[in-house]
Design a protein around this ligand. Sequence first.
Ligand code: ZN
Length: 315
Amino acid sequence: MAPGASLMTVRGPVAASSLGIILPHEHLFSMFGEEPAELHQYDRQLLLATVVPYLENLRAQGCTAIIDGTTAWFGRQPALLRDISARTGIHILTNTGYYGAANDRYVPKSALEESADQIAARWLAEWTDGIGGTGIKPGFLKLGVDAGPLSGIDRKLITAAARTHRKSGLTLAVHTGDNPAALHEQLTVLRAEGVAPGALVWIHANQCPDDAAVLGAAAAGAWISLDGLAADTLNRHLALCRALKSAGRLRQVLLSHDGNTFRANGKRPMKTYAALFTDFIPRLTAAGFDQAEIRSLTAHNPALAYAVGVRLLPQ
Ligand SMILES: [Zn+2]
């Protein structure tokens, strides 16, 4: 790890070397599926009563940090994350950016009119001044793309994110799922903006059934987020870890659950995110992954992927 590398958490910068196991793609709470709003109202008491004990339990199992993928317009609330982080001792990263998947439902109208530079300026203002008067800085850029080739708005948002990266060093985490063609289009946009593939995380790469496409994206230099860990996905996750290890790409792999502790104000059931600890690490060990490899997958890789740092193509 680069000496001095740090992650920007909701309570300020934290040295990457000080962190143990990190869950790089979860949601502490969200209003996904509900009407978009700039700031959603949560049942705060119920939320804290649900989320805090869950995180305390994760911490007891060795979790040191969680990267929260809930974006503006479907429930991001940095101050609430900061409160939870202080109560549980778990480090938390929130994000800037707009979620362009779900048919652009959660993209604000302003972004349809604005240029990529204008959108980047909004995101950079969150980076320099903090989000919505809280003083809390985003730790990464969260984006999303729809199925098929990149749409005009999705391309504009990726362009804005690449430009934001150049000035902030924030990593791009893009909900892409089973759309390797769009992943390659994103890499093309990044290249045109002079940004290296190592600034990009392919979120939900585990949904892509085409191993060659996953290995190809890793060979191109992108981070591979296998984030749907659950009891019924363990075999597929293990097969992908094995394939990436054989290809010499284990150091680009991230493991998480895409869980969610408090959905739609408690109206939807929790999606748990402990299978890494209870099932998958034992599964990796049984499959012959050694301690150093497991540490790389669960701690070192996510720290490196989300450490703040400008990653440019060589001139
Ligand atoms: Zn997610």
